[in-house]
Design a protein around this ligand. Structure first.
Ligand code: PMP
Ligand code: GLN
Length: 382
């Protein structure tokens, strides 16, 4: 392996899922649901295969899906994108992020990201030859907030892009409108492009509302907005994502993407298009279910003796095992599957500055209630 990839080893999700399988553990590590998405979407994919949609789709994605993505953003956020030039279908959000970074970041330029960061960000910036600058979330009461002073300090003449992930994996934090306004102000002042990872845009709890950064004044023209079907429609294996933005920025992502995968997920594209148009009620029910799963798991963790952070969105809740006598999240997660048959992920895998996060552990609650209940019983053995 080349030196620029060596520090990243194997992804933490693969490592912890392998341990979960080895020890028949309840896997609350890797974030994926254990139930299927809307039935009409599953049938549409089967139909697409039966009807012969099995060859390369167009490079930008099938028109039907690009139009559905455009309609979806108009309906939810009053954001207008031209489906022919301003939307690109990708192999999941992962490729949308990689295409955007590789297409926009010159070697040596800096990419600002919130820490903890989704694990692909650091490796992708390294592959592009860029340099990452992290801005921490800091614990605040039972939640987290962005360190605004550090945010402003991170911007400078070398900054090319800020990668913004809200709702945030792994903490489940939703950035406030004030935080987003400050990010917008800095992007405009320093002429920086925002790449926004909004894969959890529909999975907010307790009446919270998601606002895309692109909705802020002056931001639509400098933002690549990324989302994916994976978490919205419970189809993480389909790998259908998209990026929306002004033609020149989407073109930059596309020039990289065409040599990464060329195209992908042919028969799944029409199925996702249909779901975006027809199945948002299903999504809203699913988000309400997730909120109750969050409650179920958070209560179980508290009863087992963990300190539990507030999760405002996503599939995840962060917990502190120090009251149980464990102060190192990585060691804790490496031994948990064998000890009690539960898998989780250490938050230290998503950071550069380990110290503030050393103890913290991420649990996924995107699981059937009986699975969470089984995990709860095992967690009581700690
Ligand atoms: N970004 C974040 C924050 C994620 O949690 C994930 C995992 N769903 C991804 C990107 C990757 O998305 P996809 O599976 O669509 O590639
Ligand atoms: N997004 C999922 C998570 O955060 C996992 C994706 C992956 O395994 N790469 O757990």
């Amino acid at each position: 392996t080349v030196s620029r990839l060596r520090p990243f080893g194997t992804t933490i999700f693969a490592e912890m899922s392998a341990l979960a399988v080895e020890h028949s553990a309840v896997n609350l590590g890797q974030g994926f649901p254990d139930t299927d998405g809307p039935a009409s979407m599953l049938t549409a994919a089967q139909r697409a295969i039966a009807e012969g949609h099995n060859q390369y789709p167009p490079g930008a994605g099938i028109p039907q899906l690009r139009h559905a993505v455009a309609r979806h953003q108009r309906r939810h956020y009053e954001l207008d994108y031209d489906p022919d030039t301003e939307i690109l279908i990708t192999v999941g959000a992962t490729e949308a992020i990689a295409g955007s970074i590789v297409g926009l970041v010159e070697p040596g330029r800096e990419v600002v990201m919130i820490e903890p960061y989704y694990d692909s960000y650091a490796a992708t910036v390294a592959m592009a030859g860029g340099v990452r600058r992290t801005v921490p979330l800091v614990a605040d009461g039972d939640g987290f907030r962005l360190d605004r002073a550090r945010l402003a300090e991170a911007f400078g003449p070398a900054t090319a892009v800020i990668l913004v992930n809200s709702p945030h994996n792994p903490t489940g934090t939703v950035l406030s409108d004030d935080d987003l306004a400050e990010i917008a102000r800095l992007c405009i002042e320093h002429d920086v492009i925002a790449v926004t990872d909004e894969v959890y845009e529909h999975l907010l709890f307790d009446g919270r509302v998601h606002t895309p950064l692109a909705c802020f004044p002056g931001m639509r023209e400098r933002t690549l907005r990324i989302s994916s079907a994976a978490k919205t429609f419970n189809c993480t294996g389909w790998k259908v994502g998209w990026v929306s933005g002004p033609t020149d920025l989407v073109g930059a992502a596309r020039s990289a993407k065409q040599f990464m995968s060329y195209v992908g997920s042919g028969p799944f594209q029409p199925a996702v298009a249909g779901a975006l148009d027809e199945e948002m009620d299903w999504v809203h029910t699913s988000a309400a279910d997730l909120a109750s799963k969050r409650d179920l798991l958070s209560t179980a963790l508290r009863e087992a003796g963990f300190g539990v952070h507030r999760s405002e969105a996503t599939y995840f809740v962060c917990a502190d095992p120090r009251p149980l006598g464990f102060d190192d999240g990585e060691t804790f997660c490496r031994t948990l599957p064998e000890r009690i048959g539960v898998a989780a992920v250490p938050v230290s895998a998503f950071v550069d500055d380990v110290e503030p996060w050393r103890h913290m552990v991420r649990f996924a609650f995107s699981k059937r209630d009986d699975v969470i209940t089984e995990a709860a019983q095992r967690l009581r053995l700690l």
